[in-house]
Design a protein around this ligand. Structure first.
Ligand SMILES: Cc1cc2nc3c(=O)[nH]c(=O)nc-3n(C[C@H](O)[C@H](O)[C@H](O)COP(=O)(O)OP(=O)(O)OC[C@H]3O[C@@H](n4cnc5c(N)ncnc54)[C@H](O)[C@@H]3O)c2cc1C
Length: 501
């Protein structure tokens, strides 16, 4: 018997469905495997995923899609990080930027030096050592120069885009590579004796059989939950926001090259600059604010919405397994962590990369599936803990925030906080999405300070360290001075297609 997967059915044509179709079409080109995507115009997509993180460029590279062409087709803009406003107390702000942060000194990462400088009475500033932050504050854009050491060498960026246009772009890409699209409503699925999915049941009773099914049906999880009853782990105790109201406002005159995440009385508000419009939303806890009040708050802060406001309801959490038998769930069908750090679309990519690393044959080896789930669950839970961290050290006074400050923490997060407070150390786990540096930015931004720092940084000569750092600061200022505005960089990329850097 031929053990190779001969047919793949993807259920859902939102961002996740078309990302899956594009990747599988690209990787399986030249094979006999058929790929069919089923979507229904009667069931709308969520379509508000607008901010990403730097690995989105790896996704484009895998698909051999030119970054400039992609941005032009999706009204895309550049993202250098996230600016958090009013999270610890109203009036304070901090950055979670992408890219290099200061030079390493005697092989110690710069954030350890930071603690030493502070202990010595200096007042180091993130914007002096993070080029992305300095550029963001100035509304300018620069690209990695690929030259290793200096501030430009480690520059990284991500993209903002219109998620609806992304799905459209990837649909064309996928169809050109042989993906068949069916515009049908899926009513359910038939199962084989061993509990594996045999076929999708389409409206009118027709069946679509396949070897492997990718469930991208959104929050419903038509296959992973509806057919296979995989179960859902509810994280509301850690992340109680369960709704969002979203809509577009007019384009900013010079759109900032970053996502803004501003704390609000019962959650937080995003502002995402696109080329043609600005995306806005208020993510909130329905136990603390009503829908009308949330919309009024959003319009007060963001301006009148040009589009009909969309209220989206969700429960933070994940499926007990992302891959169950011959069904792999991606996107919202697999789970949801509120979009504070733009992780959802990334987890679609991450799930797809891991699927390629664990690509099955018709035997569907149980250990292979278990390994896939283990890797993705670990990544997902670490991301959840990172999001919870954004809330816990707050000093805000509204009931929602007071509850967050006193809520129980996931055990691993509690351990990390204890380690950091005592030593300034952040565990380095290479398989995690967010690096030590990301954790540092949020800890520092939220005013969590360690009582001690890495003793090895004491071995460096402080006056030499300070001298080296002044050179770095000067270089950051020079680059910002010479950099084009974000708008000019967008014009540049629209005119001259730049390869995914
Ligand atoms: C408020 C909010 C803000 C977000 N912001 C971001 C962000 O900034 N960055 C980020 O990375 N992510 C963000 N996300 C997440 C992001 O929107 C999703 O991860 C992404 O759009 C993928 O969605 P999806 O394709 O899984 O689901 P959906 O968009 O819901 O698509 C589901 C698809 O399944 C089809 N379907 C469902 N049932 C059936 C059926 N029975 N028959 C046929 N077809 C069916 C639908 O027609 C649709 O095509 C956000 C999410 C929310 C809720």
């Amino acid at each position: 018997m031929d053990r190779a997967i001969g047919s793949i059915a993807i259920l859902g044509g939102g961002t996740a469905g078309w990302m899956a179709a594009a990747v599988l079409a690209q990787v399986l080109r030249g094979t006999k495997t058929t790929i069919t995507l089923v979507e229904s115009a009667e069931i709308p997509t969520v379509g508000v995923g607008e901010a990403t993180i730097p690995p989105i460029l790896d996704f484009l590279r895998l698909l051999e899609i030119d970054q400039g062409q992609f941005m032009a087709a999706t009204e895309g803009s550049f993202k250098l990080g996230i600016r958090f406003d009013d999270w610890r107390v109203v009036g304070e702000r901090y950055w979670h930027p992408f890219g290099t942060f200061g030079p390493s000194v005697d092989r110690r990462p710069f954030h350890h030096i930071w603690h030493r400088l502070r202990a010595a009475g200096d007042d180091p500033r993130v914007e002096a050592y993070s080029l992305a932050t300095a550029l963001g504050d100035a509304g300018r854009m620069a690209f990695a120069d690929g030259q290793g050491q200096g501030p430009l060498g480690g520059m990284r960026h991500a993209l903002h885009f219109d998620a609806g246009l992304v799905a459209k772009f990837l649909r064309t890409y996928s169809e050109q590579r042989g993906v068949r699209r069916l515009e049908r409503r899926v009513e359910g699925a038939t199962l084989k004796d061993d509990g594996f999915v045999e076929a999708l049941v389409l409206d009118g009773g027709e069946r679509l059989a396949a070897d492997l099914f990718i469930d991208c049906s959104g929050f419903r999880g038509v296959l992973i939950e509806g057919a296979l009853k995989t179960g859902y782990e509810d994280w509301s105790d850690f992340l109680p926001c369960d709704r969002a109201v979203a809509g577009l406002t007019v384009r900013d005159a010079n759109p900032p090259p970053f996502t803004q995440a501003a704390a609000r009385p019962a959650g937080w508000r995003w502002r995402i600059p696109l080329r043609h419009r600005t995306g806005n939303g208020y993510v909130y806890s329905s136990a603390h604010v009503g829908d009308d009040e949330a919309l009024a708050d959003l319009e007060r802060e963001a301006g009148k919405l040009l589009t009909e406001p969309r209220i989206l309801k969700f429960t933070g959490g994940r499926r007990r397994a992302f891959w169950n038998r011959n069904v792999v769930a991606l996107g919202l069908a697999s789970g949801f962590i509120e979009p504070l750090e733009s992780t959802s679309i990334h987890f679609v990519t991450s799930g797809l990369m891991k699927l390629l690393d664990h690509f099955p044959d018709k035997g569907f080896d149980a250990a292979n599936i278990a390994d896939y789930n283990k890797a993705l669950i670990a990544e997902y839970e670490a991301a959840r803990d990172f999001i919870v961290l954004h809330y816990q050290p707050t000093r805000r006074d509204e009931p929602f925030w007071r509850e967050r400050a006193h809520a129980a923490l996931p055990p691993d997060l509690a351990d990390r906080l204890a380690l950091y407070r005592g030593t300034g150390r952040i565990p380095h786990r290479p398989t995690e999405l967010f690096t030590e540096l990301s954790w540092f930015y949020v800890l520092e931004g939220m005013g969590v300070r360690p009582v001690a720092h890495d003793p090895l940084v004491e071995l460096s000569d402080l006056s030499q360290v300070r001298e080296g750092l002044s050179g770095w600061r000067r270089r950051v200022a020079e680059i910002v001075q010479a950099a084009p505005s974000h708008d000019a960089a967008l014009d540049m990329i629209a005119g001259r297609a730049r390869p995914a850097a």
